[in-house]
Ligand binder design. Structure first.
Ligand code: NAP
Length: 313
Protein backbone atom coordinates (compact mmCIF):
# COMPACT_ATOMS: atom_id res chain seq x y z
CA UNK A 1 0.00 0.00 0.00
CA UNK A 2 1.24 3.48 -0.72
CA UNK A 3 1.36 5.98 2.12
CA UNK A 4 -1.52 7.82 0.43
CA UNK A 5 -3.74 4.92 1.48
CA UNK A 6 -2.69 5.37 5.10
CA UNK A 7 -4.00 8.67 6.33
CA UNK A 8 -4.82 9.02 10.00
CA UNK A 9 -6.66 11.82 11.75
CA UNK A 10 -4.87 12.12 15.09
CA UNK A 11 -6.92 13.93 17.74
CA UNK A 12 -4.95 15.66 20.52
CA UNK A 13 -1.94 15.56 18.22
CA UNK A 14 -0.13 18.21 20.25
CA UNK A 15 -0.67 16.23 23.46
CA UNK A 16 1.49 13.56 25.05
CA UNK A 17 -0.10 10.59 23.34
CA UNK A 18 -0.93 12.29 20.06
CA UNK A 19 2.49 13.83 19.50
CA UNK A 20 4.24 10.51 20.15
CA UNK A 21 1.84 8.75 17.78
CA UNK A 22 2.11 11.40 15.06
CA UNK A 23 5.90 11.09 15.11
CA UNK A 24 5.75 7.28 14.84
CA UNK A 25 3.25 7.42 11.98
CA UNK A 26 5.34 9.93 10.07
CA UNK A 27 8.44 7.75 10.64
CA UNK A 28 6.71 4.90 8.79
CA UNK A 29 5.59 7.26 6.04
CA UNK A 30 1.89 7.53 6.89
CA UNK A 31 -0.01 10.77 6.40
CA UNK A 32 -1.26 12.52 9.51
CA UNK A 33 -4.02 15.13 9.69
CA UNK A 34 -4.68 17.02 12.91
CA UNK A 35 -6.03 20.19 14.50
CA UNK A 36 -4.66 22.41 17.22
CA UNK A 37 -5.98 25.54 18.88
CA UNK A 38 -2.57 27.20 18.57
CA UNK A 39 -0.44 26.74 15.47
CA UNK A 40 2.45 28.53 17.16
CA UNK A 41 2.82 26.18 20.15
CA UNK A 42 6.09 24.18 20.25
CA UNK A 43 4.21 20.89 19.68
CA UNK A 44 2.34 22.36 16.70
CA UNK A 45 5.59 23.62 15.21
CA UNK A 46 7.10 20.12 15.61
CA UNK A 47 4.08 18.58 13.90
CA UNK A 48 4.42 21.00 10.98
CA UNK A 49 8.12 20.22 10.72
CA UNK A 50 7.49 16.49 10.42
CA UNK A 51 4.89 17.03 7.72
CA UNK A 52 1.60 16.75 9.60
CA UNK A 53 -1.30 18.50 7.82
CA UNK A 54 -2.36 20.80 10.62
CA UNK A 55 -5.31 23.16 10.87
CA UNK A 56 -6.04 25.67 13.62
CA UNK A 57 -9.36 25.01 15.35
CA UNK A 58 -11.18 23.96 18.46
CA UNK A 59 -13.04 20.63 18.12
CA UNK A 60 -16.28 22.60 18.34
CA UNK A 61 -15.45 24.02 14.87
CA UNK A 62 -17.14 21.23 12.95
CA UNK A 63 -16.42 22.77 9.54
CA UNK A 64 -12.67 22.63 10.16
CA UNK A 65 -12.90 19.14 11.65
CA UNK A 66 -14.77 17.99 8.53
CA UNK A 67 -12.14 19.50 6.29
CA UNK A 68 -9.33 17.93 8.30
CA UNK A 69 -10.85 14.43 8.54
CA UNK A 70 -11.70 14.37 4.80
CA UNK A 71 -9.52 11.78 3.08
CA UNK A 72 -8.61 9.95 6.32
CA UNK A 73 -9.26 6.21 6.59
CA UNK A 74 -8.22 5.90 10.18
CA UNK A 75 -8.94 7.83 13.37
CA UNK A 76 -7.02 8.09 16.64
CA UNK A 77 -9.64 9.11 19.17
CA UNK A 78 -8.21 10.65 22.33
CA UNK A 79 -10.35 13.30 23.96
CA UNK A 80 -10.01 15.43 27.04
CA UNK A 81 -12.23 15.64 30.09
CA UNK A 82 -13.61 19.08 30.86
CA UNK A 83 -13.96 19.24 34.65
CA UNK A 84 -16.24 22.30 34.39
CA UNK A 85 -18.48 20.84 31.69
CA UNK A 86 -18.75 17.05 32.08
CA UNK A 87 -20.92 16.76 28.93
CA UNK A 88 -18.33 18.33 26.64
CA UNK A 89 -16.20 15.23 26.06
CA UNK A 90 -19.25 13.15 25.04
CA UNK A 91 -20.45 15.92 22.72
CA UNK A 92 -17.08 16.36 21.05
CA UNK A 93 -16.79 12.59 20.74
CA UNK A 94 -20.17 12.24 19.02
CA UNK A 95 -19.31 15.07 16.59
CA UNK A 96 -15.91 13.65 15.74
CA UNK A 97 -17.28 10.14 15.20
CA UNK A 98 -20.17 11.33 13.03
CA UNK A 99 -17.80 13.34 10.86
CA UNK A 100 -15.40 10.37 10.64
CA UNK A 101 -18.21 8.05 9.60
CA UNK A 102 -19.39 10.49 6.90
CA UNK A 103 -15.81 10.81 5.66
CA UNK A 104 -15.48 7.04 5.21
CA UNK A 105 -13.12 6.30 8.11
CA UNK A 106 -12.80 2.51 8.40
CA UNK A 107 -10.71 2.03 11.55
CA UNK A 108 -10.84 3.76 14.92
CA UNK A 109 -8.25 3.24 17.64
CA UNK A 110 -9.46 4.85 20.85
CA UNK A 111 -7.57 5.78 23.98
CA UNK A 112 -9.68 5.95 27.13
CA UNK A 113 -8.53 4.82 30.58
CA UNK A 114 -7.89 1.64 32.55
CA UNK A 115 -10.78 2.78 34.73
CA UNK A 116 -13.12 1.49 32.02
CA UNK A 117 -11.86 -2.06 32.61
CA UNK A 118 -12.66 -1.56 36.27
CA UNK A 119 -16.14 -0.22 35.48
CA UNK A 120 -16.71 -3.27 33.26
CA UNK A 121 -15.80 -5.43 36.25
CA UNK A 122 -18.23 -3.49 38.47
CA UNK A 123 -15.50 -1.96 40.61
CA UNK A 124 -17.20 0.99 42.25
CA UNK A 125 -15.55 4.35 42.75
CA UNK A 126 -17.53 6.61 45.06
CA UNK A 127 -20.91 6.87 43.29
CA UNK A 128 -21.47 10.44 42.14
CA UNK A 129 -17.80 11.40 42.60
CA UNK A 130 -15.99 13.30 39.87
CA UNK A 131 -13.79 10.23 39.29
CA UNK A 132 -16.82 8.06 38.66
CA UNK A 133 -18.20 10.65 36.22
CA UNK A 134 -14.83 10.74 34.46
CA UNK A 135 -14.78 6.97 34.06
CA UNK A 136 -18.39 6.88 32.88
CA UNK A 137 -17.57 9.50 30.23
CA UNK A 138 -14.70 7.34 28.98
CA UNK A 139 -16.99 4.30 28.89
CA UNK A 140 -19.47 6.38 26.93
CA UNK A 141 -16.74 7.27 24.44
CA UNK A 142 -16.11 3.54 23.88
CA UNK A 143 -19.84 2.84 23.53
CA UNK A 144 -20.19 5.66 20.99
CA UNK A 145 -17.43 4.14 18.86
CA UNK A 146 -19.01 0.69 19.02
CA UNK A 147 -22.51 1.96 18.16
CA UNK A 148 -21.38 3.54 14.90
CA UNK A 149 -20.26 0.25 13.39
CA UNK A 150 -16.82 1.13 12.03
CA UNK A 151 -15.14 -1.80 10.25
CA UNK A 152 -12.35 -2.09 12.80
CA UNK A 153 -12.19 -0.74 16.34
CA UNK A 154 -9.63 -1.12 19.13
CA UNK A 155 -9.74 0.28 22.63
CA UNK A 156 -6.53 1.13 24.45
CA UNK A 157 -7.00 1.75 28.15
CA UNK A 158 -3.97 3.52 29.64
CA UNK A 159 -3.10 3.33 33.31
CA UNK A 160 -1.44 6.14 35.33
CA UNK A 161 1.15 8.00 33.22
CA UNK A 162 4.78 8.11 34.38
CA UNK A 163 4.70 11.69 33.09
CA UNK A 164 2.26 12.63 35.89
CA UNK A 165 5.28 12.94 38.18
CA UNK A 166 6.91 15.59 35.98
CA UNK A 167 6.20 19.09 34.67
CA UNK A 168 3.75 20.03 33.30
CA UNK A 169 1.40 17.18 34.27
CA UNK A 170 2.61 17.24 37.89
CA UNK A 171 0.29 20.22 38.49
CA UNK A 172 -2.40 17.66 39.40
CA UNK A 173 0.00 16.14 41.92
CA UNK A 174 1.63 19.31 43.16
CA UNK A 175 2.00 17.90 46.69
CA UNK A 176 4.71 15.60 45.33
CA UNK A 177 6.56 18.50 43.71
CA UNK A 178 6.00 21.13 46.39
CA UNK A 179 6.04 19.06 49.58
CA UNK A 180 7.90 15.95 48.43
CA UNK A 181 5.13 13.73 49.74
CA UNK A 182 2.23 11.87 48.18
CA UNK A 183 -0.92 11.48 50.24
CA UNK A 184 -2.85 8.66 48.63
CA UNK A 185 -5.68 6.24 49.22
CA UNK A 186 -3.56 3.46 47.76
CA UNK A 187 -1.79 1.28 50.33
CA UNK A 188 1.78 0.22 51.09
CA UNK A 189 0.94 -3.09 49.39
CA UNK A 190 -0.49 -1.56 46.19
CA UNK A 191 1.40 -2.46 43.04
CA UNK A 192 0.62 0.45 40.73
CA UNK A 193 0.90 -0.14 36.98
CA UNK A 194 2.41 2.94 35.30
CA UNK A 195 2.79 3.85 31.67
CA UNK A 196 5.23 5.66 29.43
CA UNK A 197 3.15 7.70 26.94
CA UNK A 198 5.67 6.83 24.20
CA UNK A 199 4.69 3.17 24.65
CA UNK A 200 1.03 4.09 23.94
CA UNK A 201 2.10 5.16 20.46
CA UNK A 202 3.76 1.77 19.89
CA UNK A 203 0.51 -0.05 20.72
CA UNK A 204 -1.50 2.33 18.57
CA UNK A 205 0.77 1.81 15.56
CA UNK A 206 0.55 -1.97 16.01
CA UNK A 207 -3.26 -1.73 15.97
CA UNK A 208 -3.33 0.60 12.96
CA UNK A 209 -1.01 -1.71 11.02
CA UNK A 210 -3.09 -4.83 11.69
CA UNK A 211 -6.77 -3.84 11.94
CA UNK A 212 -8.07 -7.43 11.72
CA UNK A 213 -5.87 -8.76 14.51
CA UNK A 214 -6.73 -5.92 16.87
CA UNK A 215 -10.41 -5.59 15.98
CA UNK A 216 -12.64 -5.59 19.06
CA UNK A 217 -9.79 -5.79 21.52
CA UNK A 218 -9.83 -3.80 24.78
CA UNK A 219 -6.32 -3.62 26.12
CA UNK A 220 -5.23 -2.24 29.50
CA UNK A 221 -1.90 -0.49 28.91
CA UNK A 222 1.07 -0.28 31.29
CA UNK A 223 4.84 -0.27 30.91
CA UNK A 224 5.97 -1.12 34.44
CA UNK A 225 4.56 -1.79 37.89
CA UNK A 226 5.76 -1.26 41.46
CA UNK A 227 4.92 -0.17 44.99
CA UNK A 228 4.26 3.53 45.64
CA UNK A 229 7.21 4.17 47.96
CA UNK A 230 9.55 2.31 45.61
CA UNK A 231 8.35 4.57 42.80
CA UNK A 232 8.83 7.74 44.81
CA UNK A 233 12.28 6.58 45.92
CA UNK A 234 13.30 6.05 42.29
CA UNK A 235 12.01 9.52 41.46
CA UNK A 236 13.97 11.09 44.35
CA UNK A 237 17.07 9.16 43.29
CA UNK A 238 16.71 10.42 39.71
CA UNK A 239 16.47 13.99 41.09
CA UNK A 240 19.74 13.39 42.96
CA UNK A 241 17.97 13.72 46.31
CA UNK A 242 17.73 10.14 47.55
CA UNK A 243 15.05 9.45 50.16
CA UNK A 244 13.48 12.90 49.82
CA UNK A 245 9.99 11.87 48.61
CA UNK A 246 7.67 9.99 50.96
CA UNK A 247 4.31 8.29 50.55
CA UNK A 248 1.57 8.96 53.07
CA UNK A 249 -1.05 6.22 53.02
CA UNK A 250 -4.41 7.59 54.13
CA UNK A 251 -6.41 5.86 56.83
CA UNK A 252 -9.94 4.68 56.05
CA UNK A 253 -11.27 7.59 58.16
CA UNK A 254 -9.25 10.13 56.14
CA UNK A 255 -10.50 8.62 52.89
CA UNK A 256 -14.15 8.66 53.94
CA UNK A 257 -13.87 12.25 55.13
CA UNK A 258 -12.86 13.32 51.61
CA UNK A 259 -15.06 10.90 49.71
CA UNK A 260 -16.93 13.49 47.62
CA UNK A 261 -14.05 15.88 47.04
CA UNK A 262 -12.51 16.65 43.68
CA UNK A 263 -8.97 15.74 44.69
CA UNK A 264 -7.27 12.62 43.43
CA UNK A 265 -6.05 11.56 46.89
CA UNK A 266 -9.25 9.78 47.90
CA UNK A 267 -10.50 8.63 44.51
CA UNK A 268 -7.23 6.87 43.82
CA UNK A 269 -8.55 4.07 46.00
CA UNK A 270 -9.62 2.51 42.70
CA UNK A 271 -5.95 2.22 41.75
CA UNK A 272 -5.39 -0.32 44.52
CA UNK A 273 -6.61 -3.01 42.17
CA UNK A 274 -5.51 -1.50 38.83
CA UNK A 275 -2.86 -4.20 38.39
CA UNK A 276 -5.62 -6.85 38.11
CA UNK A 277 -6.53 -5.35 34.72
CA UNK A 278 -3.07 -5.44 33.17
CA UNK A 279 -1.71 -8.52 31.42
CA UNK A 280 2.01 -7.94 30.89
CA UNK A 281 2.38 -11.15 28.85
CA UNK A 282 -0.28 -9.90 26.43
CA UNK A 283 1.38 -6.48 26.28
CA UNK A 284 4.88 -7.86 25.66
CA UNK A 285 3.54 -10.03 22.87
CA UNK A 286 2.58 -6.78 21.11
CA UNK A 287 5.43 -4.49 22.23
CA UNK A 288 8.38 -6.61 23.41
CA UNK A 289 10.38 -3.74 24.93
CA UNK A 290 8.18 -1.84 27.35
CA UNK A 291 9.82 1.16 29.02
CA UNK A 292 10.76 0.62 32.66
CA UNK A 293 10.28 3.51 35.11
CA UNK A 294 14.07 3.62 35.53
CA UNK A 295 14.53 4.02 31.77
CA UNK A 296 11.82 6.68 31.65
CA UNK A 297 13.48 8.68 34.45
CA UNK A 298 16.84 8.40 32.72
CA UNK A 299 15.37 9.59 29.41
CA UNK A 300 13.54 12.48 31.11
CA UNK A 301 16.41 13.35 33.46
CA UNK A 302 16.39 17.05 32.57
CA UNK A 303 12.65 17.36 33.28
CA UNK A 304 13.07 15.40 36.52
CA UNK A 305 15.68 17.92 37.69
CA UNK A 306 13.57 20.88 36.58
CA UNK A 307 10.51 19.52 38.40
CA UNK A 308 12.40 18.67 41.59
CA UNK A 309 15.12 21.27 42.12
CA UNK A 310 17.12 20.91 45.35
CA UNK A 311 15.37 22.56 48.29
CA UNK A 312 16.89 24.53 51.11
CA UNK A 313 15.32 22.88 54.16
N1 NAP B 1 -2.50 11.22 32.88
C1 NAP B 1 -2.89 9.98 33.09
O1 NAP B 1 -2.40 9.29 34.01
C2 NAP B 1 -3.96 9.38 32.21
C3 NAP B 1 -4.23 8.02 32.34
C4 NAP B 1 -5.23 7.45 31.54
C5 NAP B 1 -5.91 8.24 30.62
N2 NAP B 1 -5.61 9.57 30.53
C6 NAP B 1 -6.38 10.38 29.57
O2 NAP B 1 -5.51 10.89 28.58
C7 NAP B 1 -6.12 12.04 28.01
C8 NAP B 1 -5.06 13.10 27.87
O3 NAP B 1 -4.12 12.68 26.93
P1 NAP B 1 -2.73 13.42 26.81
O4 NAP B 1 -2.12 13.50 28.17
O5 NAP B 1 -2.01 12.75 25.72
O6 NAP B 1 -3.21 14.88 26.36
P2 NAP B 1 -2.55 16.27 26.78
O7 NAP B 1 -1.07 16.15 26.73
O8 NAP B 1 -3.21 16.73 28.02
O9 NAP B 1 -2.95 17.20 25.57
C9 NAP B 1 -4.24 17.72 25.43
C10 NAP B 1 -4.57 17.74 23.96
O10 NAP B 1 -5.94 17.97 23.75
C11 NAP B 1 -6.12 19.01 22.79
N3 NAP B 1 -7.38 19.69 23.14
C12 NAP B 1 -7.87 19.87 24.36
N4 NAP B 1 -9.06 20.50 24.31
C13 NAP B 1 -9.30 20.71 23.00
C14 NAP B 1 -10.36 21.33 22.28
N5 NAP B 1 -11.41 21.83 22.91
N6 NAP B 1 -10.28 21.39 20.95
C15 NAP B 1 -9.22 20.87 20.32
N7 NAP B 1 -8.17 20.29 20.93
C16 NAP B 1 -8.23 20.21 22.25
C17 NAP B 1 -4.89 19.87 22.94
O11 NAP B 1 -4.65 20.52 21.73
P3 NAP B 1 -4.20 22.07 21.58
O12 NAP B 1 -3.92 22.62 22.95
O13 NAP B 1 -2.99 22.02 20.71
O14 NAP B 1 -5.36 22.69 20.92
C18 NAP B 1 -3.82 18.79 23.20
O15 NAP B 1 -3.40 18.21 21.99
C19 NAP B 1 -7.23 12.46 28.94
O16 NAP B 1 -8.47 12.13 28.38
C20 NAP B 1 -7.01 11.62 30.18
O17 NAP B 1 -8.21 11.32 30.83
C21 NAP B 1 -4.65 10.15 31.27
Amino acid sequence: MSSAEHTVFVSSATGYQGLALSKKLREIGWNVHATTRDLSSPAAVTLKEIGVQLKEADWDRLDVLRESIKGCHKLWLCLLPDWDDPTRERRQCANMLDIAKEAGVKQVVTSTTLGVSQLDANVRVYPGSFMEKHMLNKKDVENSVEERGFEHVTFLRPTFFMANFLEPKVKRYEEIRDHRSWTTSMTAETQLPILDHLDIAKFAVAAFQDPEKFHGRKIGLASDQMGIQEMLSMLAEAADQPGSIKAHFMTDEEIEAQAQGTGFANTHKVLRTASDYIDFDELRAIVPSLTSFKEFLEREKETVRRTYPPRNE
